[in-house]
Structures are given as C-alpha cells and as structure tokens.
Design a protein around this ligand. Structure first.
Ligand code: 26V
Length: 809
C-alpha cells in the first residue's frame, strides 16, 4: 500500500467520526488514540488477510509459540515503524495540530507477563514477522495484567492493572472460532467391538473465545497472529439449564467461575504461591490453542500422521507442557490415530524451552487434584509415563534413575519431565545455562536422549530496543554505516571502524548525555529528586529476586555512604543509582529490598554531606515502556546475579545495545557478551558458576564465619539493624537474617569485596571519557549478535524446520 499524508489525515478524521461521532476538537486523547490505532490496524488488514491466505493455500509449515506470558508493551509506534510510516504519521498529525507522541503516551502498556520470559516471547513474535516466518503466538487474554506498582512510604503496594478498561484497538474478537474446554468429570476406557475407546463424561465446559492481535513484520507484508484466549461461561450448557429452571443466581455464579480463569496473570515469577487456578489456566489455553490449531489443519485437509510437516508447537517453559498430553488426546480420541502413531507425531511436533534452574519455579502438581480436574489427560500422562519408565528400566535397569526421571513421582506430576519426554528438542537459553542443564539439572535426560538438548541463546528485537527506544543513536548509526544492520543486525559491527573516530565517539557521548537529561527530567517530574546528568547513571532494573542480588548493590551504596560520612579524605565520582523493579506480592524478602532501596534513597538524597556524590532513585512500576525510557540513559548495566542462577538475562543485551558498560558476574548471557566485546569492554567480578555450585555441594561456605574474618563487611551488615538507616531496627531484620543465620544463600557477602573493586574500576574508567565512549561503541557494535532475529532464525532452522514465506509473491 502507498501511504500519503492526506490519506492518513482523512482516514483519521473518518475514524473519529465513525467510532465516536466526534471531530478532533471534541474527542478525548484516548478516543484519538483508539481511532488512530484503528486506522493503523486497517492498514495492516490487507497484509493480515494475505498472510493467512498464503499460509493456507501453500500449506506451509507454521509454528505456534505457546506461552503463558506475552509482555508486548505498547504497539502503536511499533506498528508505525513496521509499516514504515512513523515520520509520515507524525507530519500528518502535525498538520492537524496534533502530537503523535501524545497518542503514543496514552496507549496502555500491555503487561501480560512477569519479566524476561514474557518479554522474550514478545521479541520472538516481532522477529518471526520481520523474517517473514510463519509463526504465531498463543496465550491468555488476562483481564488484569501485571499489577501496577505504587510505592507508599517506601513499600510496594499492588494495584490492579485494568488495561482493557477502554476498548483495545489492536484485537479482534473471533466469536465464531470459540472452543469448548472440558474440566472435571470422569474418564475411563470402554470396549467397543475389538477396540478400546476413551470415555470422558460428567464434565463441565468453559468457552474459550479467541482475540487475535495482528503482528506486523518490518517493512514486509507479513502479518502473523497473536491469539489470546478469554474464558467465558459456556451458555449452551449447564448455565442455560440453570437459567431455564429459574436458578438465576447459580447461573451467574457459573459465569463468574468461568471468567475467573482468564481474569489475572500470576505475578510470581518463580515462587510457590497461590497456584490453585494456575493449572486451570494452563489447560484452558493449551487446549483452546491445540483444538483450534487442529481444527484449522483438519479444514485444510492435512494428514495428521504427518502433522509434523505442517505444525510445530513450542512449549515456552513448563507452563504449556500439557500440550504434549492434549495433542495425544485429540489425535487419539478425536482423530483416531493409535497410540504409536499419535506419540510418534506428537514428539516430532513439540519442542520445549527451559528458562530456569531455580527449583521452586519447576512446576509440579499434586496428582490427586490433577486427576480430578483433568481426568482424561491424567490417564494419558500415566500411560506416557508407564511406557517411558519401562524404557528406562529396559535400558538401565536402574530404579533410582526411574525415580528421578518419572513424570509422576511421589504423588506429583512433574511438568518439566513431561515436556522433555514429549518433545524432540529441549533447549536452554544461554550457553552456560544449557551446559548446566545437560551436565547437572537434567543430566539423566541428556544421557537418555543424546542430541535432544541444545542451546539457543536469547535475543532482543533491535527494532524496539534500539530503533524505537533510541532514535538519536539509531540516526547516528545510520549516518555512519547506512541501514543494512536494520535487516542484518550483525552489520552493526561495521561501527567498529569508528573506534578511534573522535567525532563519532563524541556524538555517542552527546546522545547518552541527552538521554540522561531526559531521564533526569522524568525523575524530577515524578519523584522530585534532582539528579545530575553528569553523574554516572548506574542502573539495576529487573524483577527483584534474591539471586539477582539487588542487595549486593544496596550494600555497596551503604558502603559508599558510610565512607563518605566517616572519611573526610574519601572522594568519589558522582553517581546516580537507579533501580526499578517489581516484587512478587507474596515474596516478603523481595518487598523488603524495595523498602531498603527507598530507605537508602531517603537517607542519602536528603543528606547534604553526601548527596552531591551519590543519589538513589527507585522508579515505580517497572514495565516495558519504563524500560524503553530508562535503558538508553544507562552508563552502567548491573548484571550481578549469583553465577549459575540467571539462565540468560535479556536486559543485559538491551543495555549493551544502548551503549552501557556491563558490570557482571560470569552468568547467563553475560559470558557471551564478554566473549563478543572482549575483556576490556566489560567489567567482570565474583564467583564463577563452578565455584558457586561447588560451595553448594560441599557446604563449605559459612557466612557467620566469613563475617568473623571480615570485620569491615560485618560492620556494614550491622548498619542494617543498628538504627543508622533511620528506621526501626527491626525493619530489615529479615534481610539481616538472610545474610547471617540463613547463610547468605546467594553469596552476597562472599562477592562483596570483588564487587567493590569492580565498582572502583568502573569509576576509574569512566573518568577517561574517550576511552569510555570507545567501550560504549564496541558494545553497540557487537550487540547485533543478540538480535532476536538471529535467535529466531536458529529456532526456525534447527528446531521448527520452518521457512520464510514472502507474502504476495
Ligand atoms: C514461573 C512461575 C511459577 C509461579 C507462577 C508464575 C510464574 C511465572 C513465571 C515463571 C518462570 C520463571 C522463569 C523465567 O522467567 N526465566 C527467565 O527467562 C528469561 C528468558 O529466557 C531469562 O532471560 C532469565 O534469565 C530467566 O530467569
């Protein structure tokens, strides 16, 4: 489609009229945003139609990425960039006396995810479409996404996020594609002639209604689909009967319980809390997705014995692992494949990604409740397991091994084991993580299935994390090396020839400073804290978790504060420590860390003896849009997890792409960043993963003894509970305990000295502006390797076996 300014202007005015009977003068901002987004969605509809048509006509193999979370953020600007009309749209609106940025601002940030895992899914969707790959997302349309965080008196307070309060212009409800999902009842096998037939009866059904969101590719005609399922009462069934018999209240209750399923995203990204509804959510969206995928392929008349020629199902973490059993169910119970045929094709279709080795995040369900909720699936899983265990015994004759590998063990259904057994590929998300899976956590499985395990290091879409979020840097790069990198992100490496170019280096510095000024202004507007854009912006943003060690950062700040207070000769280069992060509502320790950060902020920012040297800022309600504001302003990227614990990290890549220097442990993808930029362009410190794992297995680390031998650190730890911080001495008792009685599980104390040294190194390097800018440039130049385009190309080739499809050709 050829776009013109006139077309946009007329189209917009028309939309306002048709949707709201309003013109520009009397429409509200939100109405303008909705009308304008509606117009942009119309522009995508031709591509959307053609894409679907072509996939169908040519029966191309398509991948369906099943994920509990899609942290897609705002879509308007992304879609404008992908259509290639962001400048045109801006000018068109300007002609009408309007500011495009205002419309962008009022769009709700779709926070249908917790953190890295959900954002990765969103980056992957962007890359699939950009590469013209036939791939779609399947997930849940949560009525309430990730909670909105408010800070009151330094504490996190969770507020609901009613992101669907206003109509969401990017989605299309497809009522006619609704699916029925069965829960409860009883299941058994019945003899029919010579065959056994599965019977599932006395179940109740919930209706799954799909809402489709178009996913545009970058300057191509591909528009894939993100299909999110919403749960509704199935009014054809029990509800209707109740209604008829006058039992109105019960029918309303039915509606309520059905709607509950897709009501809210679980805000715990790893802890064990409140999971009753979770299994229901998982089956709900897995069953809806698989039924709809198979309905489609039945319509296009695919031979299900060769389903793997047409379909790949990706299991994003264990949350959709039920896909294995659900696919078996449909193939056998509805399409009459026998067990062997169904199993053969299921394992060829499914692939699984593991995103964590944190034991508490590995899902297990009590078998009894599982059986009650999903009796037919439970039967299938028992049979999968029976056959699997038989094979283990046949091969190894080792019952211990059976115990470790069994899908059902000790009355629990282990989702990771189900996903591994039912998939042809299991991948980790960074080289180290995959290595740990293969040699430690999942060693039995790796021995049993040689070749099944592989690595796919995570990536990020450079279209959002550079082009969209850092326009000035994007323009500078294009001035320097042209724009081939936009399609081939590794071409960013061409920037390396400017390593010694004073002019380019100083432009990089200017852009960084400009971004810092903008963030400083934002911080002042929101928090009334004045921060100096010429100080080092040292940024730690990610979910709060013990292993991510925000506490290590806090202790370092406290250390600087004490030194500045007590030692008149101590001087440092001014620093602004910026944090932004949500804590799981039930994770008490994490919430205390937020209070600690804010307490440090109050203490330090208001103390004239230190506040020209250090400032501490906590930015509320971290989400995708905040990340886009914060990351381009970073000088230092804090990636300081306890080695072995952070599977990959993706924030690390976003910072690098925006020219921050990574301060990191040898964990997750930090290791790969180091290999790319070289030792002189990253600051590494701390225990290695081997050392950490050795300490765990040998029990040789004792934090109380450690504190006895390290007086200075011991004194520092005491300040948490001696009143120095100006709050009750019990306030941080939990944190104190964590470091002492609980033996400092994440090695905060053990790594402290090295962290301080690493921070001193940062300071020294920063003072040499030219050298620092050169390091920034190297980081930017090498960051293209972490574009999710590369990651997705590997998934496509090595796991899914799907090919790019040029739409309209
Ligand atoms: C687990 C649970 C369990 C309780 C209910 C809610 C919930 C939500 C999410 C999770 C999964 C946690 C795993 C996770 O997010 N892993 C992160 O994945 C990123 C993308 O691969 C990776 O960069 C991070 O290092 C890894 O921590």
């Amino acid at each position: 489609m050829e776009f013109t300014k006139e077309m946009i202007k007329n189209g917009f005015a028309l939309k306002l009229k048709s949707l709201y009977s309003k013109d520009l003068k009397n429409a509200s901002d939100i109405q303008k945003y909705i009308a304008f987004s509606n117009l942009i969605r119309d522009y995508m509809s031709e591509g959307w139609f053609e894409t679907n048509q072509q996939y169908k006509d040519k029966k191309v193999k398509q991948v369906y990425y099943l994920s509990m979370e899609f942290l897609i953020g705002k879509l308007l600007e992304k879609n404008l960039i992908n259509l290639g009309i962001s400048d045109l749209a801006k000018e068109a609106l300007e002609d009408m006396g309007m500011d495009l940025d205002l419309l962008i601002k009022v769009e709700p940030d779709a926070g249908l995810g917790n953190g890295g895992l959900g954002r990765l899914a969103a980056c992957f969707m962007d890359s699939l479409a950009a590469l013209g790959l036939p791939g779609h997302g399947c997930g849940i349309r949560y009525k309430y996404g990730m909670f909105r965080q408010e800070i009151k008196d330094g504490y996190q307070v969770e507020m609901p996020d009613p992101w669907l309060k206003e109509p969401y212009p990017w989605e299309v409800r497809k009522e006619n594609r609704s699916i029925k999902i069965r829960f409860g009842g009883t299941a058994y096998m019945k003899e029919v002639g010579n065959e056994l037939e599965a019977v599932h009866e006395n179940y109740y059904t919930v209706k799954a209604v799909p809402y489709d969101i178009p996913l545009s590719g970058y300057l191509n005609k591909t528009v894939n689909t993100l299909r999110l399922w919403s749960s509704e009462a199935d009014t054809d069934e029990f509800d209707f009967q109740n209604f008829n018999s006058g039992n109105y209240l019960q029918s309303v209750e039915g509606k309520y319980t059905a709607e509950l399923i897709s009501q809210v995203l679980y805000p715990d990204d790893s802890t064990e809390n409140g999971r009753q509804l979770r299994l229901k959510q998982e089956y709900f969206f897995v069953s809806a997705s698989l039924q709809s995928i198979l309905n489609y392929h039945r319509e296009v008349k695919v031979d299900f014995k060769h389903l793997d020629d047409y379909v790949a199902i990706h299991i994003n973490d264990t949350h959709p692992a039920l896909a294995v059993a659900e696919l078996m169910r449909i193939l056998m119970d509805e399409d009459e494949l026998n067990w062997k045929e169904a199993w053969d094709v299921t394992t060829k279709v499914c692939a699984y990604t593991n995103h964590t080795i944190m034991a508490e995040a590995l899902e297990k369900w009590p078998a009894s409740g599982f059986k009650r909720l999903l009796p037919r699936l439970f039967m299938i899983i028992e049979e999968i397991n029976r056959r699997f265990c038989q094979e283990i015994i046949a091969r190894h004759g080792d019952w211990d091994r059976v115990g470790r590998m069994s899908i059902i063990e000790n009355g629990m259904v282990k989702m990771a084991n189900l996903a591994i057994v039912g998939s042809h590929s299991v991948n980790g998300v960074a080289a180290l993580h995959t290595e740990i899976l293969k040699t430690k956590e999942l060693k039995d499985f790796n021995d049993f299935y040689p070749g099944k395990f592989n690595n796919k290091t995570n990536g990020i879409t450079h279209r959002r994390w550079l082009i969209k979020s850092n326009r000035a840097l994007t323009n500078l790069i294009i001035d320097c090396i042209g724009d081939s990198w936009v399609r081939n992100p590794k071409d960013l490496e061409k920037m390396m020839i400017f390593k010694k170019d004073k002019d380019v280096l100083s432009k990089i510095e200017d852009i960084k400073r400009e971004n810092k000024v903008k963030l400083a202004k934002y911080i002042f507007d929101k928090k009334e804290i004045v921060v100096d854009p010429d100080s080092i912006f040292d940024i730690h943003v990610k979910r709060i978790h013990g292993y991510k060690r925000q506490l290590l950062n806090c202790l370092h700040i406290l250390y600087l504060y004490k030194k500045l207070k007590n030692d008149k000769n101590f001087d440092i280069y001014p620093r602004t420590f910026i944090f932004s992060a949500k804590a799981a509502p039930a994770y008490v320790f994490a919430k205390k860390i937020i209070k600690l950060i804010n307490t440090l902020g109050d203490l330090i920012n208001n103390d004239p003896e230190v506040n020209d040297k250090i400032k501490v800022v906590f930015i509320d309600n971290y989400n995708v849009s905040k990340a886009e504001k914060i990351i381009p302003a970073a000088d230092v990227s804090e990636q300081i997890s306890t080695a072995s614990k952070e599977a990959s990290g993706t924030g690390n890549m976003k910072f690098m792409m925006n020219g921050a220097i990574t301060l990191a442990t040898l964990d997750g993808a930090n290791i790969e960043i180091k290999e790319l930029v070289g030792d002189e362009n990253i600051i590494i410190f701390g225990l290695t993963s081997e050392e950490v794992l050795k300490f765990y297995s040998s029990h040789k680390y004792n934090s109380v003894n450690f504190l006895k031998e390290n007086q200075e650190i011991a004194e520092l730890v005491e300040t948490l509970v001696d009143g120095t911080l100006g709050v009750s001495i019990t306030e941080f008792g939990e944190i104190y305990k964590e470091l002492t009685e609980k033996n400092d599980y994440y090695f905060v104390l053990k790594d402290f000295k090295e962290y301080v040294k690493a921070q001193e190194k940062i300071e020294k390097l920063y003072k040499n502006k030219d050298k620092w800018a050169k390091k920034c440039l190297v980081n930017i130049a090498m960051s293209g390797h972490f574009s999710s385009d590369n990651t997705i190309a590997k998934y496509a080739q090595e796991i899914w076996n799907i090919k790019g499809e040029k739409i309209g050709e």
